[in-house]
Design a protein around this ligand. Structure first.
Ligand code: ADP
Ligand code: MG
Ligand code: ZN
Length: 494
């Protein structure tokens, strides 16, 4: 029997606002001492009243608009009730039946492995809620229960949830959807979307059905994945597990399962029998929102260019390959860096300037950044610094290989290109006299190579040029060095 996979994703995105969702506490809890960013509202103290964060509402609408959703005129917040120690009030303020954005789509490449081309994945809704406190469990080594500590800093941080329709048809398509959504929120600037820090988290709903069937199978919901890779692995595992259950004559149970990263399996956490009754009701402490059409239009006009458009523009305007444009627009920071470096260059410096800037960013600079696990946004070599370096290549001060050395020095010290060249004496030598001295030295020290050349082995000239480069510490201008070596050798003939 052939099966078709059906996947729908629920993605939680922490919004990058200054203050929390319903109080004035700073929302950047990440580096703060535990329980230092709290107030009566986010601690859930009786009588404390919430106030809606306007920026968070805007960020959610912007995301909805970028996902081609409609923004309803009227929206409200609701209480979702459940008891858990990370939930300070005993309820979470969320949105139930009237979310901020509805019924859109996200375009993905499609999984060629199942014959799919570029396709649209439906987005059911985008709504706004608040994050909960962070719990950390400390097990007791002697088999006792241990204890847990609660850090309330994260409580009340704005959390946006994007719910897809069950339109994804393979783990690969789920990965594509996540990557695109991740890029979208980063380009919009609404979230740092750092998966390791838990700013971008995903629950995956998955079921399988006989190929050709038009009803859905029973789904399981998988939680606890903290990287794109683990989402992919968890889905592959779960599809295979469900297939085995069905082929063994059993039935898939609707349940929540947790991904266990080090064992690479999903395990049952909670079955539907224990499903919560959240007793949703409208939040009485907050006013409902009438969303003015002019507000929506304003946000729509102000939407920034997103990755797919930017990639297309890079190819059309700068003549970059699909591959390079794809890598450069992989993050907004990298795309910004590229355009900023390019704009600093003299426009008639070189017709291939864009390609050169791209090569330096994707090659040597990325290598240095990756070594340090450093983001390009915090690169010690600024876009202006890189373009200064490239100008020194085009005016003949530096050869490409000297420039690589200079870049490493700039990266290590934060110095600018001209100063590094000056301090380290790295400028290219194009003074004929100085190179001729090195050529004479190389010829005198390598009689075998000279004899080879006179025997007709022209490669020997290349070898001698290499010696000249070595003697000049790589600083001889390469073409000039080769010409002078050849002249020197020809002179030996007579
Ligand atoms: P809940 O409120 O229990 O989370 P929803 O109806 O909101 O349920 O659906 C949550 C997610 O599950 C959505 O992303 C949806 O696309 C997905 N989903 C629903 N049915 C299925 C199914 N049969 N197989 C896979 N995913 C599904
Ligand atoms: Mg769910
Ligand atoms: Zn607070």
């Amino acid at each position: 029997m052939q099966y078709e996979t059906v996947i729908g994703l629920e993605v939680h995105v922490q919004l990058d606002t200054r203050s929390k969702m319903f109080c004035g506490c700073p929302a950047d809890y990440q580096d703060a001492e535990p329980n230092t960013r709290t107030c009566p509202v986010c601690l859930g103290l009786p009588g404390a009243l919430p106030v809606i964060n306007r920026r968070a509402v805007e960020y959610t609408m912007m995301t909805g608009l970028a996902l081609h959703c409609s923004i309803p005129d009227f929206t409200k917040f609701d209480r979702k009730n459940y008891p858990y120690p990370d939930l300070m009030k005993g309820y979470q303020i969320s949105q139930y039946d009237l979310p901020l954005a509805l019924d859109g789509y996200l375009e993905i490449d499609g999984d060629p492995g199942i014959g799919h081309d570029r396709r649209r994945i439906g987005v059911e809704r985008v709504h706004l809620e608040e994050d909960v406190a962070k719990m950390q469990h400390f097990p007791d080594g002697d088999g006792g229960e241990g204890y847990s500590l609660v850090d309330v800093n994260r409580s009340g941080v704005p959390l946006m949830e994007v719910v897809s329709k069950p339109d994804l048809r393979s783990p690969e398509e789920a990965r594509q959807y996540l990557t695109s959504l991740h890029s979208l929120v980063q380009y919009l600037g609404v979230s740092t979307a750092n998966m390791q820090d838990g700013n971008f988290r995903c629950d995956a709903n998955v079921s399988i059905r006989p190929m050709g069937s038009d009803t859905f199978g029973t789904r399981t919901e998988v939680k606890n994945m903290n990287s794109f890779r683990s989402v992919f692995q968890a889905l592959e595992y779960e599809v295979e597990r469900q297939r085995r259950v069905i082929e063994d004559g059993g039935q898939v149970v609707q349940e929540t399962r947790g991904w266990v990263d080090d064992r690479e399996v999903t395990v049952s956490q909670r079955s539907k029998e224990y499903a919560h009754d959240y007793r949703y009701f409208p939040e009485p402490d907050l006013p409902p929102l009438n969303i003015g059409r002019d507000w929506v239009a304003q946000l729509q006009t102000a939407l920034p260019e997103l990755a797919p458009q930017r990639k297309a523009r890079f190819m059309a305007d700068y003549g970059l390959s699909d591959y390079d444009a794809d890598l450069l627009t992989g993050s907004r920071a990298m795309a910004d860096y590229f355009e900023s470096a390019l704009s600093e260059l003299n426009p008639d410096a070189s017709p291939d300037a864009a390609k050169e800037v791209a090569n330096w960013i994707l090659g040597d600079l990325s290598r240095l950044l990756n070594q340090d696990h450093r983001d390009i946004a915090t690169s010690p070599v600024t876009p202006a610094g890189l373009s200064d370096l490239l100008s020194l290549i085009s005016d003949g001060t530096l050869s490409t290989s000297l420039a690589k050395t200079v870049l490493e020095e700039m990266y290590a010290t934060g110095g600018n290109a001209a100063d590094v060249v000056e301090e380290k004496g790295l400028a290219q030598i194009s003074d004929t006299g100085a190179i001729e001295t090195a050529v004479a030295e190389a010829i005198a020290a390598n009689p075998k190579a000279v004899a080879d050349y006179l025997d007709g082995k022209e490669n020997a000239a290349r070898f001698l040029m290499g010696q000249v480069m070595r003697i000049t510490k790589g600083q001889a201008q390469p073409e000039l060095a080769l010409r002078l070596v050849q002249e020197g050798l020809e002179a030996q003939k007579g």
